[in-house]
Design a protein around this ligand. Structure first.
Ligand code: UN1
Length: 495
């Protein structure tokens, strides 16, 4: 019998009001059911928002350092349960164990950062233009935060949103991706075990259309933090505008690694293998384009295809496996269809480009790591986000041309340049249009205490991570205290 999971609303585990459910299966072996989850709808969201709204009135009054203490306990429990959480996540979404351990670690880092922020949450004191008057700007909680998260970082991304939301004094309605509901449930259990009061965190499982959009449209939800596709991000933005909610969007990417002729090729090779095929290419920071200087193009490509052909596909729980499956059938179909589009438009497959025939992999959504050469910047595989193990290689003549092509996309999340020329590196940092630029490191590997986010259609200008996310989850209140005993008119009495 598959394990049955429930929603968590107002401190109680409950089924969907409708009684409906959905199954979640292991993408490396679709015979294996991870669990059965409530297929919730608007009624369940209404209940969760009501609980979160009521709980907010008490939670906002808990001193921030105390809220931080709870998040420190969350971090401690995650440390103790790291291996178990990593295994559950691999079973649920397929990426290899080393990576799911990293995913849990990112959550731990985020917890400890949030805990320490409880004793900061700095505001400003500013001199007044009038005598005997005191000015300050302080951070105040906002209200109910709707948190809608993807399946590729089932632990890290929810923690990026939920921990700072809580630390700032907000309450949460959490809708995790329906491909990773078990990992999300574990996170909520840990929050409760750490002492988060009833109603402060609520989880509602189900589809994006039914549950996600009900949260976004809800008049009593004050802010939305979403990570996912640009298409869905636009719909969220549109719906949220009707209630003028504050919205943070982390959306698609088409990240490139540029390798110059003066770069360390061995280093660049390790970088692109990790950037393009880690998490089976299913990161918004994944390396999806490789831009090679013409002088090193052929040599680099031959080293790369050799290494890619040797990557071991398989169940991420097994030792020695480099690349897990795609997360589900739909995602593998998308990959297949982009491979067809690439061929139709005239690109050539250097390696991969098919479903593996190995009988051991027959029951998983596996796809061979794939490299396309002869890709032109206007090919669809050079422009559109694929979110799978497919890398498009483009040849350029100079750093300037490389940067121009790197920037030639509607997205702007991550970017990477391999060069030993310090002048070229700084020129790239200045001219690349992306939220993140790595020099001599791959496009993936953001650290929890640094701002994370992108430009152009990757987002709407907010940043997660580090100190910056605390701006999103708190409201500035400006306070003037006049202790002069008389009416003082700013701009008038003093000039
Ligand atoms: C994502 O792909 O949505 O930098 C997040 C990285 C990870 C986070 C990725 N630390 O690749």
């Amino acid at each position: 019998m598959a394990k049955k999971f429930q929603n968590f609303i107002n401190g109680k585990w409950v089924d969907a009001q409708s009684g409906r459910t959905f199954e979640n299966r292991n993408p490396a072996n679709w015979d294996e059911i991870v669990g059965v989850f409530p297929r919730s709808d608007k009624q369940d969201v209404d209940n969760a928002v009501k609980a979160a709204r009521e709980a907010f009135e008490k939670w906002r009054l808990v001193p921030a350092p105390k809220r931080g203490d709870i998040l420190r306990r969350v971090g401690d429990i995650m440390v103790a349960r790291k291996e178990e959480l990593a295994r559950q996540m691999t079973q649920e979404m397929g990426k290899v164990l080393a990576e799911t351990r990293g995913d849990v670690q990112e959550g731990i880092d985020t917890a400890y950062y949030a805990a320490s922020e409880g004793r900061r949450l700095f505001g400003h004191t500013v001199p007044s233009e009038l005598p005997n008057k005191f000015n300050m700007a302080i951070r105040v909680p906002i209200g109910v935060a709707g948190v809608v998260t993807p399946w590729n970082f089932p632990m890290a991304i929810p923690t990026w949103k939920i921990f700072p939301a809580l630390l700032c004094g907000n309450t949460v309605v959490f809708k995790p991706a329906s491909d990773t509901p078990a990992s999300a449930t574990s996170l909520v259990e840990i929050l409760m075990e750490s002492g988060v009061p009833e109603g402060v965190v609520n989880i509602v499982h189900g589809g994006g259309g039914e549950v996600g959009m009900a949260i976004v449209g809800h008049p009593d939800v004050d802010l939305i933090s979403f990570t996912g596709s640009t298409t869905v991000g636009k719909k969220i933005s549109e719906l949220a505008s009707q209630t003028l909610k504050r919205v943070s969007l982390e959306l698609g990417g088409k990240n490139a690694q540029l390798v110059m002729d003066d770069g360390d090729l061995k280093l660049a090779l390790d970088g692109v293998l990790w950037g393009a095929f880690g998490t089976t290419g299913q990161r918004c920071t994944a390396t999806s384009r490789l831009i090679l200087h013409e002088k090193i193009h052929d040599e680099f490509l031959s080293m790369l295809t050799d290494r890619v052909a040797k990557l071991k596909l398989g169940d991420g729980l097994k030792n020695g496996v480099d690349v897990g499956p795609c997360v589900n059938e739909g995602q593998r179909k998308t990959v297949q269809s982009y491979v067809e589009i690439g061929l139709q438009q005239g690109a050539r497959i250097a390696v991969g480009g098919e479903i593996p025939k190995d009988p051991e992999l027959a029951k998983g959504w596996f796809y061979k790591p794939t490299i396309f050469t002869d890709v032109k910047p206007d090919h669809r595989i050079a422009k559109e986000e694929i979110f799978g193990p497919v890398l498009s290689v483009i040849k350029v003549k100079s750093l300037e041309e490389g940067i121009r092509i790197l920037n030639d996309t509607i997205y702007g999340l991550s970017s990477s340049v391999y060069t030993r020329n310090v002048n070229g590196a700084f020129q790239a940092i200045r001219d690349i249009k992306a939220g993140i630029t790595y020099i001599n490191a791959p496009t993936i590997g953001a650290e929890a205490h640094m701002p994370f986010g992108g430009v152009k259609q990757t987002g709407n200008g907010h940043r997660e991570g580090g100190w910056t996310v605390y701006d999103f989850f708190s409201e500035w209140k400006t306070v003037y205290i006049d202790y002069s005993g008389g009416l003082q008119r700013a701009q008038i009495d003093n000039y």
